[in-house]
Design a protein around this ligand. Structure first.
Ligand SMILES: [Mg+2]
Length: 380
């Protein structure tokens, strides 16, 4: 493959940074954002809190035991989505090809740029522009592939810039803990540690056959990653990318309750699909076709979410606004666009966790028995 120049850009403790923009007195203090009830979970925490051993996805209770002086705040996805979009717009203006890999992370393919500017200089300037226009701290890593750039950015956070020269990738990741490799989670890390493998350079020495025996097809990927190999491409981000469902009624209908229930069950199916793919939507659309075949749509930008309840509310509200003609409806459609990766936000701001557990149980049943296994009582 031709030499590539791939950038990973990652906002530093994104939610915390947005809160500090709005309230500068939070600067320098340990801050926890997430569910504020006794069963809540930490969605994001400041570096001051991390020093006490707090990390995201930790129960709020545990976090407060480790760091009792921390300030706890409920998150505001509306605000975070606004900043996420602002930064996406800045990157879109400058970068030839970029991927929005989550609400606060981006990959850029700037191959060929070095002939004109020098890739590192170009990326530094883009970083400064993002900081100027958003006021938010951001770090980046630059290398020949996504894997090494992401690890590089992680190593220099917060407020850091990392460049790994071509040919130096293996050497760069060799001394790191295997936990630093994207895709190696808690379980894999534990298992590797048990095998006596803690450093990336040790992982390299394990025969691929042995890794395949222990980790299945994931085994070869582990070996590739340990060798800094990652041919994956930057997938261009488009807000048009979407998932949708439509339903044509066998008889045109005026029964609004019936139509509303159809909307709810389509939203349930699509939201399930989002969660399966670990994605959230930022743009929802409703579509109505009347008996005379005239078709109308209405869309709305919303805070990123994969939560059924939130999505149902938005779609029913759109339907209410769009259904103005009081005529027979022939078809109804629902579309989720502006998809981004990341579903953890789904649960983290929820106070009770009960809704989340219910959703997880429903997803579990759907996974086992298929999407037909669960329906809202009202849509039966
Ligand atoms: Mg981040």
């Amino acid at each position: 493959m031709f030499d590539r120049a791939i950038v990973h850009m990652d906002l530093d403790s994104f939610f915390v940074s947005v809160e500090r923009l709005r309230n500068t007195s939070l600067e320098g203090k340990p801050l926890l954002i997430g569910g504020i009830s006794s069963r809540g979970v930490v969605a994001s925490c400041s570096y001051e809190a991390r020093r006490f051993g707090v990390h995201s996805a930790m129960p709020m209770k545990t976090a407060l035991r480790l760091c009792p002086q921390a300030i706890v705040m409920r998150g505001d996805m509306d605000e975070y989505s606004k900043y996420s979009r602002l930064i996406t717009d800045v990157i879109r203006e400058e970068a030839p090809v970029f991927e929005k890999s989550s609400i606060d992370e981006f990959y850029l393919d700037i191959s060929g740029m070095d002939r004109y500017f020098g890739c590192f200089k170009w990326t530094k300037e883009l970083r400064q522009k993002i900081i100027r226009e958003s006021g938010l701290p951001i770090s980046f890593g630059l290398s020949v592939n996504k894997l090494v750039s992401k690890i590089g950015a992680g190593e220099v956070k917060p407020n850091g810039e990392s460049q790994v020269a071509k040919g130096a990738e293996r050497e760069f990741i060799a001394p790191l803990s295997t936990r630093k490799i994207p895709g190696i989670g808690k379980e894999t890390y534990k298992k590797l540690s048990f095998m006596g493998v803690r450093q990336v350079r040790t992982l390299r020495e394990v025969p691929v056959r042995l890794l395949e025996r222990e980790f299945g097809k994931h085994g070869r990927q582990l070996w590739s990653k340990a060798n800094a190999i990652d041919p994956s491409e930057v997938i261009p981000y488009t807000e048009q990318k979407s998932i949708s469902k439509e339903r044509t009624f066998s008889d045109d209908t005026l029964d609004i309750q019936f139509v509303r229930h159809k909307i709810m069950s389509m939203v349930d199916d699509l939201a399930f699909e989002l969660r399966q793919k670990n994605q959230m939507t930022g743009v929802v659309t409703i579509k109505i076709r009347y008996a005379d075949f005239n078709t109308y749509t209405r869309q709305k930008k919303i805070p990123y979410t994969a939560n059924n309840k939130v999505l149902v509310d938005h779609l029913l509200e759109l339907f209410k606004k769009l259904y103005q003609r009081r005529q027979l409806i022939r078809l109804i459609g629902v579309k989720f666009g502006g998809l981004v990766h990341g579903s953890d936000q789904l649960s983290l701001f929820d106070d009770t966790m009960r809704d989340i557990q219910l959703l997880e149980q429903m997803d579990h049943i759907r996974e086992r028995f298929g999407t037909g296994a669960i329906h809202r009582a009202s849509s039966l």
